[in-house]
Design a protein around this ligand. Structure first.
Ligand SMILES: NC(=O)c1ccc[n+]([C@@H]2O[C@H](COP(=O)([O-])OP(=O)(O)OC[C@H]3O[C@@H](n4cnc5c(N)ncnc54)[C@H](OP(=O)(O)O)[C@@H]3O)[C@@H](O)[C@H]2O)c1
Length: 371
C-alpha cells in the first residue's frame, strides 16, 4: 500500500498535527468519480484528504469506510442515507485550510447548489455541466458567487480537461476578442462521423460505438446534440456572451417519431436513421465534402449545433477516433486560428482535469498567479 493510500485511510488528524492542505468530498462514484478515486491513490494527490464520498443514494464520511480500496463497494454495503449537510460537516471538521467539493455527477439538483457552497467558502470543482451550461439564471447565480472571490474549477466540463476554457479566458483577459469558435465537442459524435463513409449503415456504427463504450447506452443522449449545446453555452459565456439555453440553434439527429420512445424501442428502430444520413453523406461527397457534427459560435454570440458539410481542407475533416476539436478565431489569431485538439472524453483525462483543478485551487501560489 502506498503512503498516499495510507493517508486516504488515516482518520482526521489529532489536534496539533499538520492537517492535509485540502480536504475534499466527492459526489459521484461512476465512470469519472471512480477514475478520480484511483487518482487519489497516486503521489500527485498527497496534499489531499478525502473526508466524504457519495453516490445518489448512499454516502460515507467514516474514516474506516473511506480507507483503502473497494470504497465503491463499501459505500453500497455500509453507506448511510444521503445528506449533504453531513458531508459539509465532515469538511468543516477536517481542519484543512481548503475545503473542496468535487461534483462528478450529472445532477441538476446538485449543480444548483454550487453557488451556495461557493458562498459558504468551499471550493467547487466540477465535471457537471448542468449549471454553467444550463439556464441563464443558474449561470448568473454562479457568476454572483464568483464575484465574491470564490473559486470554481470547471476544466472538466468542456473537452474533458483539454485547455480550452483556460485559453479562452486568458485570451479574453488580454483583450483578445473571439470572432468565431467552431469545433467538434463530442467524443462519440466525433468517432461516429470520422468513421462513417456511407458503406456501413449509420445504425451499425452506433451499435459498435455503444459496444465500445464511445456512446451512451441510450445513443440519443449524444445524437440529440444537447450535451454539445451545453458545452457551447459554457464556452460562449466564458467568451463574454450570455445566451440562454433556448438561444442555441440545436439541429439534433433524432427524428421526432423516435424522440419519445423508451430506450429499448429506440434501439430497435435505430435503422430509421440510416437512409436520411446516407442521403446527406452522398450529397456532401458529391461536393467533395464530409459530414461533421459541429458546434459554432460567431462574433455576435449566435450559437448553432448540428450536422454540417465541411470540405476536406477543414480541420474537422482530418479528425481521428474520438478526438475533440476547438478552432478559435480571434482578433489576434485571425489569419491563422488557434487550434486545440485531443481526447475530449474518457474517465482518466476527465478525472485528471478534476484533480488538476483541486490542486490548483488549493495552491495559494497558483491561485495568486491567476488573480
Ligand atoms: N464519462 C466521461 O468521459 C465524461 C467526460 C467529461 C465530463 N463528464 C461528465 O462527468 C459527469 C459524470 O459522468 P460519468 O460518466 O461518471 O457518469 P456516471 O457513470 O453515470 O456516474 C454518475 C455518478 O453520479 C452519481 N450521482 C447522481 N446523483 C447524485 C447525487 N445527487 N449525489 C451524489 N451522487 C450522485 C451516480 O450515483 P448512482 O450510481 O447512485 O446513480 C453516479 O455515481 C457527468 O456530468 C458527465 O457529463 C463525463
Amino acid at each position: 500500500m502506498s503512503a498516499v493510500l495510507a493517508d486516504r485511510a488515516r482518520p482526521a488528524p489529532a489536534r496539533g498535527a499538520v492537517p492535509a492542505r485540502t480536504a475534499l468530498v466527492l459526489l459521484g462514484t461512476g465512470v469519472v468519480g471512480g477514475a478520480f478515486l484511483r487518482l487519489l491513490d497516486t503521489p500527485a494527490a498527497a496534499p489531499l484528504r478525502l473526508v466524504g464520498v457519495a453516490d445518489s443514494r448512499r454516502q460515507c464520511t467514516d474514516a474506516a469506510c473511506l480507507a483503502g480500496r473497494g470504497l465503491r463497494e463499501r459505500l453500497q454495503a455500509e453507506g448511510e442515507a444521503r445528506d449533504d449537510a453531513v458531508l459539509l460537516a465532515a469538511l468543516d471538521a477536517s481542519g484543512a485550510a481548503d475545503k473542496a467539493i468535487v461534483d462528478a455527477t450529472a445532477s441538476t439538483a446538485l449543480a444548483a447548489q454550487h453557488p451556495r457552497w461557493l458562498a459558504r467558502g468551499y471550493r467547487v470543482v466540477t465535471a457537471n455541466k448542468t449549471l454553467a451550461g444550463g439556464e441563464l439564471a443558474g449561470w448568473r447565480a454562479l457568476q454572483a458567487a464568483l464575484a465574491g472571490g470564490a473559486r470554481y474549477g470547471d476544466a472538466a466540463t468542456v473537452g474533458a480537461g483539454l485547455p480550452v476554457l483556460s485559453t479562452l479566458r486568458r485570451l479574453r483577459a488580454c483583450g483578445d476578442r473571439l470572432l468565431k469558435l467552431e469545433g467538434v465537442f463530442s467524443g462519440s459524435l466525433s468517432w461516429l462521423f470520422n468513421s462513417y463513409d456511407g458503406r456501413r449503415p449509420f445504425s451499425a456504427l452506433l451499435r459498435e460505438a455503444r459496444a465500445g463504450g464511445y456512446a451512451e447506452p441510450d445513443p440519443r443522449c449524444d445524437l440529440s446534440g444537447a450535451d454539445v449545446a451545453r458545452k457551447l453555452l459554457i464556452l460562449a459565456r466564458a467568451a463574454g456572451f450570455a445566451p440562454d439555453c433556448d438561444e442555441v440553434d440545436v439541429q439534433g439527429l433524432v427524428p421526432a417519431p423516435l424522440r419519445a420512445l423508451d430506450a429499448e424501442a429506440f434501439l430497435a428502430r435505430m435503422q430509421e436513421l440510416d437512409a436520411p444520413l446516407a442521403a446527406r453523406h452522398a450529397a456532401a461527397a458529391s461536393r467533395g465534402c464530409v459530414l461533421r457534427f459541429l458546434a459554432r459560435l460567431d462574433a455576435d454570440g449566435r450559437a448553432r449545433v448540428g450536422l454540417t458539410e465541411v470540405p476536406a481542407t477543414h480541420p474537422a475533416a482530418r479528425l481521428d477516433g474520438t478526438d475533440n476539436l476547438f478552432v478559435l478565431t480571434t482578433t489576434r489569431y485571425r489569419a491563422q486560428p488557434l487550434v486545440i485538439q485531443g481526447p475530449g472524453a474518457g474517465p482518466e483525462v476527465t478525472a485528471q482535469a478534476l484533480l488538476g483543478d483541486v490542486l490548483a485551487l488549493g495552491d495559494p501560489i497558483a491561485a495568486e498567479r491567476r488573480t
